[in-house]
Design a protein around this ligand. Structure first.
Ligand code: TYM
Length: 332
């Protein structure tokens, strides 16, 4: 039986951070053996906010290198670059006719960008979720592993697919978000001000490319307080976040000890951060070193990019054939 198809993408706008890892990549690595996986670098999407392309090539290579360093096997999962797949742009065009200005303007990420880059509110930014829907739908994916911040985009992708099917017949596969476990992940910034991201406070974002000392420094500066004020008092979200990170990189006994210290109100956040910093260094170091080595192997990266493009295009072109037929674009 054919495996279910999985698609997900990451923008090449800088080094990947812990939010990208725990929200997306960790799932990719687990999913690659159970599903037919397509993972790509969303270079077109990055143009909506980063028009300067002087370092784009390096960034695209680095995202691919980091994907592989985290455990993706290009022999197993299809790794490719979005702009190598013109079928995505064609589907984007059809879906644009089914996307309404009002709903696009109401999208949280669009409103956020209008606020942060008022000098460049371009149409690509407005139709960003349509392009994302095309990425997914063109490969006929059912499952899309993403972090919590992408939930609304996925809901929109479902709407576009359903509208298309309603108008032209049941052709498109309707996609859903996916995460092992129940909830989609949201890793907070270490200063407790929102989600960890490439564009916010750099000292509050831990990158998979950070050197050991910098990782320690960032974690030791993470926001804490003077400790629980009484038994049974729930953890504030910035403390919960440190525990979440600890669950991800420390062993079970370590987490259990700090959980128990928290419950009995004798936790020392300085000790927790020291432990977390050491475990984080152990976690990131091999990824950083492997990614740097792959980044230098341009022949290997070129081979992966070409092979990925061939496979992704072959699959996407089948969808486009069905879409053209359904829309009625066959004149000979
Ligand atoms: P991007 O490049 O911002 O992020 C890549 C992935 O990392 C996840 N992520 C997080 N998860 C948890 N906590 C965080 N703090 C955090 N920060 C980032 C994101 O949810 C995402 O899964 N629009 C997408 C790229 C994209 C895409 C697609 C994704 C384009 N086309 C098709 C899926 C399917 C984006 O900007 O991701």
């Amino acid at each position: 039986m054919a495996k279910e198809i999985v698609v997900s993408g990451i923008r090449p706008t800088g080094f990947l951070h812990l939010g990208n890892y725990f929200g997306a990549l960790r799932n990719y690595v687990r999913m690659q053996h159970d599903y037919d996986c397509y993972f790509f670098v969303a270079d077109w999407h990055s143009l909506t906010t980063h028009p300067d392309t002087s370092s784009l090539k390096e960034s695209v290579h680095y995202v691919l290198a980091e994907n592989i360093a985290c455990g993706l096997d290009p022999e197993v999962a299809c790794l490719y670059v979005q702009s190598d797949i013109p079928e995505i742009a064609e589907l984007y065009l059809y879906l644009n006719m089914l996307a309404y200005k009002g709903e696009l303007e109401k999208t949280a990420t669009f409103k956020d960008k209008v606020r942060t880059q008022p000098q460049n509110v371009n149409a690509g930014l407005l139709t960003y979720p349509v392009l994302q829907a095309a990425d997914i739908i063109v490969q006929r994916a059912t499952k899309v592993p993403v972090g919590k911040d992408q939930e609304q985009h996925l809901e929109m992708a479902r709407n576009f697919a359903e509208r298309f099917n309603h108008r032209y017949g049941d052709v498109l596969v309707v996609p859903y978000t996916f995460n092992y476990g129940s909830e989609l992940t949201k890793i907070l910034s270490l200063d407790g001000t929102g989600k960890m991201s490439k564009s916010e406070n750099q000292m509050a974002t831990i990158y998979l490319a950070d050197e050991d000392e910098l990782i320690r420094k960032k974690i030791m500066k993470a926001k804490t307080d003077s400790g629980p004020t009484g038994k049974g008092v729930p953890k504030p979200d910035y403390i919960e976040n440190l525990f979440t990170l600890m669950q991800l990189v420390s062993n079970y006994e370590v987490v259990a000890k700090f959980e128990s210290d928290y419950k009995s109100c004798c936790i020392r956040y300085g000790d927790l951060k020291k432990q977390l910093a050491e475990d984080m260094v152990m976690f990131i170091k091999p990824i950083r070193e492997k990614a740097a080595a792959i980044q230098n192997d341009k022949a290997y990266l070129s081979k992966i990019i070409k092979a990925g493009a061939d496979k992704a295009r072959e699959n996407a072109s089948e969808t486009i054939k069905m879409v053209r037929k359904a829309v009625g674009l066959n004149y000979v």
